[in-house]
Write a protein that binds this ligand. Structure first.
Ligand SMILES: Cc1cc2nc3c(=O)[nH]c(=O)nc-3n(C[C@H](O)[C@H](O)[C@H](O)COP(=O)(O)O)c2cc1C
Length: 408
């Protein structure tokens, strides 16, 4: 089993500074600061092929370039641990168990981009991760490992607060709602200064790359999807929870390997790789988990918070539940998003109530109308699971909707 992020054997509690250092922790940072340049580190991360693990899979080095190119004397780097997607626990587990790996990655991202201040962003109800992160910052500061100050922030427990510009607003003490882009954070972010925002898992990968090298990282995974990713497997397998798998592992291998296999009597009809992605059917479970293999299927690895569809799952009810989540969690500031997420629930509930066909056309048109019309991509995230559910489980929706009412 590949283990880049979750040190084996699994530590019971948070990894201390001395334990992290005993397995090579902070050596990468020290080496790069002593004998490397920011541009060289940026090139190393580019060569590793690292993409962001916050869901959008943006190439990390390309994001860093924007902030690195700015001449401002004040720059920020933010570790985004604002995870609040149902079914995903990876960031909480990572920050709680391996806070120093995240912190070292943050310091490295800061080194590459010329940051003068660092921020670790978590959400209010993350008590364990918060304690862990605060202790790690104190330990690292006492050991003289911090080249710039790092603060731990806790934002509101909402989904949209994890969007990168909402994170910036939250740190500034403003309501945690996404900003209009451009300008991108790399140009004008926190307090108007160039800011790099990376997911905490991305940062932990950076720490490993800095220590082990781009070639070792790029040797794991597939052509376009390098390294490992953290998957959160739900109830229904013998070992639910957060597991690290190499890109290229199939869903079935992840379920049968680290997941320990499905519980007796459980049969999968499909799964959703993460809430804001597209459903896969049971005959697609042998698809390797990778950006390039899931894209043609209308899906993506997302943040790896897997949702199972069992043979007894009410798929229409599941679609309503997902649509209601996005309706509740949209922040209300962009009318197309408000309209789409509300209407999605309305139309899906009509299907549930057996009010006849026509729903597919309505939902597709709604999604087309709203596409790219929000400050953030929540609109598209809300559409992906619903539209893919209609495609993959078409018969379930047709059955629930029933025939057209007489006279219509
Ligand atoms: C509605 C919404 C919620 C998001 N929530 C998170 C989150 O909880 N954590 C996260 O890292 N990224 C989240 N993102 C993605 C971030 O905006 C951003 O792309 C990410 O933090 C960048 O890090 P990465 O390049 O390392 O992936 C969210 C995006 C949207 C639109």
């Amino acid at each position: 089993m590949v283990s880049i992020l979750l040190a084996e054997p699994r530590a019971k509690g948070p990894e201390s500074l001395s334990d992290y250092q005993a397995r090579g922790g902070y050596r990468g940072l020290q080496r790069w600061r002593q004998s490397g340049t920011p541009a060289q580190l940026l090139a190393e991360v580019a060569a590793a092929g690292l993409r962001g693990r916050g869901g959008a899979a943006f190439p990390t080095a390309r994001k860093w370039q924007l902030a690195a190119a700015q001449t401002a004397t004040e720059k920020h780097v933010v570790g985004n641990g604002g995870e609040h997607e149902p079914g995903s626990d990876k960031d909480k587990v990572l920050v709680e168990r391996h806070p120093h790996a995240v912190l070292e990655g943050l310091l490295l991202a800061g080194f590459a981009t010329g940051a003068t201040q660092g921020h670790l962003y978590l959400i209010e109800d993350m008590h364990g991760p918060r304690q862990s992160a605060e202790r790690a910052v104190q330990e690292a500061a006492a050991a003289g490992l911090l080249p710039f100050p790092v603060r731990v922030h806790c934002g509101p427990t909402t989904y949209v607060a994890g969007e990168e510009t909402a994170v910036l607003n939250s740190i500034e003490g403003l309501p945690a709602k996404p900003r209009k882009k451009p300008p991108f954070p790399g140009e004008a972010g926190l307090f108007g200064k160039p800011t790099t925002v990376n997911n905490v898992e991305t940062l932990a990968h950076v720490a490993w790359i800095a220590r082990a090298g781009a070639a070792a990282f790029a040797a794991v995974g597939t052509a376009e999807s390098k390294g490992t990713l953290l998957l959160t497997l739900p109830e229904g397998v013998r070992h639910p929870g957060v597991h690290e798998v190499a890109f290229g592992t199939t869903f079935r291998q992840a379920i049968d390997g680290p997941g320990g296999g499905l519980l007796a009597g459980r049969t999968l009809r499909g799964l959703l790789p993460a809430l804001s992605t597209g459903f896969l059917a049971a005959d697609q479970l042998d698809t390797p988990i990778a950006y390039e293999t899931l894209r043609p299927l209308g899906s993506s690895p997302g943040c790896g918070g897997v949702r199972f569809v069992f043979d007894d799952t009410d798929v229409v009810a599941l679609a309503v539940e997902i649509a209601e989540f996005f309706m509740r969690e949209q922040c209300g500031q962009c009318p197309p998003c408000r309209m789409q997420t509300n209407q999605f629930v309305h139309v899906l509930k009509a299907v549930q109530a057996g009010k006849g066909p026509g729903y597919e056309d309505k939902l597709t048109k709604l999604a087309e109308f709203s596409r790219k019309k929000g400050n953030c991509s929540l609109i598209e995230m809300a559409a992906a699971p619903v539209l893919s559910a209609l495609r993959v489980f078409a018969a379930d929706f047709a059955r629930a909707a029933g025939p057209a009412p007489q006279g219509s």
